[in-house]
Unconditional design. Structure first.
Length: 342
């Protein structure tokens, strides 16, 4: 494309600012009509001006009404017979300018504008079982998302609103900003932080949710009941019972999944099986309630579920049966595993 001279660019700038004279508008129209490249250049600048200074919301666009408004404006500018020719030319220009508006409406939805009337765009990340994802948020915070989990966050944190949504388990390292708290929203609890590191376990299928503090301070709201958490504390909220417990703990136990480890430290087998259900997407059924009270201590690193079950079988008085499923069917129900006492 030929180089656009500074004189024409100056007229275009004045036109977008509403300061162009009638003579300058006439000169601009003549220049646009000279060739298609001029028309395309003007259309691109018009789209850019509309994107930077949006005067509409994408949901409120009515192309026919906008076209009529554009033409009415040009008619008002044509105050004598001399501009009838200009009107014909500008109608052609309007056709060039107006077609990109529908595209621009969709484009704006995905852009990071701070205008309050624009719909906020969100990103959704889902991690497959036995893997994890690392996510860098717009404010500099970092998130590690465990397998079988879904995380949602806005593409930009507007007006200091740093709210995200979690289903499953994630580890957070929150960028410090005391004026704008960072809020993790889950089904049964919300966690509010300013600059901290913590782990959240909140699968929708469970009535139990948990938060483990590593650094800093957080406030955990459990549907009306609030508790401030300090480093080294682990809170478990039971929605069905409507209560919670707080214990001192080694945070590494609850956050080691980021390194491919599963740590059990004097945990009841009831919790061990519950955790395996979460991590491996299976349904383990204990057929003798006495088994739940057995205490177990072990650390697993990247072992498969059959390997873990075999270790449990060797080291505890239990045995298990795995129900066969159609592994080629992605819609097959969870694998069923029954555990019996020896």
């Amino acid at each position: 494309m030929e180089e656009i001279n500074e004189h024409i660019n100056a007229i275009i700038a004045k036109y977008f600012a509403g300061e162009a004279s009638l003579e300058e508008k006439d000169e601009l129209t003549t220049w646009i009509e000279e060739n298609k490249e001029h028309a395309r250049w003007f259309a691109r600048l018009k789209d850019l001006d509309q994107a930077i200074h949006p005067s509409f919301t994408p949901s409120a666009i009515h192309t026919e009404q906008a076209h009529e408004k554009f033409m009415d404006q040009l008619r008002r500018e044509s105050r004598n017979q001399k501009f009838r020719t200009l009107m014909i030319r500008c109608q052609r220009i309007a056709a060039i300018l107006f077609l990109p508006i529908a595209f621009l409406a969709t484009y704006l939805l995905a852009e990071k504008f701070s205008a309050p009337e624009l719909t906020e765009a969100w990103q959704t990340i889902t991690t497959p079982y036995r893997t994890y994802s690392q996510i860098n948020l717009p404010d500099g915070s970092k998130v590690w998302l465990n397998g079988g989990s879904t995380f949602q966050y806005p593409l930009a944190f507007h007006n200091g609103n740093r709210a995200v949504k979690l289903t499953g388990e994630a580890y957070f390292e929150v960028e410090s900003d005391k004026k704008h708290p960072f809020i993790v929203q889950t089904k049964n609890m919300n966690v509010t932080a300013t600059g901290t590191a913590f782990n959240v376990n909140a699968f929708n299928v469970d009535s139990i949710s948990a938060v483990t503090m590593v650094e800093g301070i957080t406030d955990v709201d459990m549907q009306g009941t609030s508790r401030r958490m300090l480093p080294g504390e682990h809170i478990v909220y039971d929605k069905q019972k409507g209560n919670y417990t707080v214990t001192k703990t080694d945070p590494n136990k609850w956050c080691s999944w980021r390194n491919g480890k599963i740590i059990f430290e004097n945990d009841r087998l009831e919790y061990v099986f519950h955790r395996l259900n979460q991590l491996y997407n299976v349904n383990i059924t204990v057929c003798d309630s006495v088994i739940n009270s057995y205490v177990y201590h072990a650390t697993f690193t990247d072992e498969t579920l059959p390997e873990i079950l075999e270790m449990l079988k060797i080291s505890t008085p239990i045995y298990y049966e795995i129900q066969k499923t159609n592994s080629n069917n992605p819609h097959a129900p969870k694998q069923q595993i029954k555990v019996f006492r020896k």
